[in-house]
Design a protein around this ligand. Structure first.
Ligand SMILES: [Zn+2]
Ligand SMILES: [Zn+2]
Length: 262
């Protein structure tokens, strides 16, 4: 069994309605992908995402504000209400992205701090997006005692030092289709070194389709391509990688484990 630990199912052009989403998820299932974590990026988009996913028991949710959407605002009281839905197993995605939005640094930092505090308060792990903000990301996680709840650095593209610092804080490293890209040699070296009990796989669909689907809209079924690539890279069998990444998912997201009776 594989799990797509990070996707945006409400943003897929290929799945504008219930029937097409059902079709897409069953295609994924036929490639061995049983569960999906549908990640919230804009607070205003949460309710419609929640409605679209309500009937799909295999889809878990997160609630939070992405660092590139902080200008729309963060209302932690409202977020707290969203978290009451048992399908919500994590806070995020939150974090820092200085690569695309250096000018909103201060606002990103305060939104990140508030979401770390919320995660610790409600005892749910964090889904962290980080780009070109290594030191500040780790510093804020430490300052907010994020090690109490843990989480994941999703779509990881940073160096080993950053991975190690996150792992030391009890975090997991999630690898997306970027690892299959031609120019990702340095990332492949890092992913080879991540301890087996700290690795997750994701698509980040509809973005970043892995080889051999480059140029198409990404979809959760393609997490299998990511997993096959990573297994080969690490010298493991696909079965072994599927088993460990699934165990890791349920170890990190304890509310998901409860929902499915694991
Ligand atoms: Zn992200
Ligand atoms: Zn994402």
């Amino acid at each position: 069994m594989l799990i797509d630990s990070h996707c945006h199912l409400d943003r897929l052009k290929a799945a504008p309605d219930h029937a097409s989403l059902q079709h897409l998820l069953s295609q994924a299932k036929s490639r061995g992908v049983d569960y999906f974590l549908c990640v919230n990026v804009r607070q205003k988009g949460f309710t419609s995402m929640q409605q679209k996913m309500a009937e799909f028991e295999q889809v878990f949710l997160s609630a939070g504000v992405h660092p590139l959407d902080v200008q729309e605002g963060l209302d932690t009281q409202e977020l707290y209400q969203y978290i009451q839905d048992p399908k919500v197993i994590a806070i995020g995605e939150t974090g820092l992205d200085y690569f695309y939005a250096d000018e909103t640094k201060a606002l990103q930092q305060s939104c990140f701090e508030q979401q770390i505090a919320l995660a610790v308060d409600v005892d749910k792990p964090l889904i962290v997006h980080t780009r070109d903000a290594r030191e500040d990301t780790i510093a804020l996680l430490k300052a907010g005692n994020a090690d109490k709840v843990g989480g994941v650095l999703h779509c990881f593209t940073e160096n080993w030092e950053m991975a190690k610092a996150a792992i030391d804080l009890g975090f997991y490293i999630s690898v997306s289709g970027i690892v299959t890209f031609k120019n990702a040699g340095e990332l492949r070296t890092v992913i080879r070194k991540v301890p087996k009990d700290r690795l997750l796989v994701e698509t980040d669909a509809p973005y970043l389709a892995p080889v051999p689907h480059r140029g198409q809209e990404n979809q959760p079924a393609y997490v299998r391509d990511v997993a096959e690539f990573v297994a080969e890279l690490r010298g493991e069998s696909l079965e072994s990688l599927a088993q460990s990444t699934t165990d890791n998912f349920f170890n990190l997201f304890k509310d998901a484990a409860k929902l499915v009776g694991r």
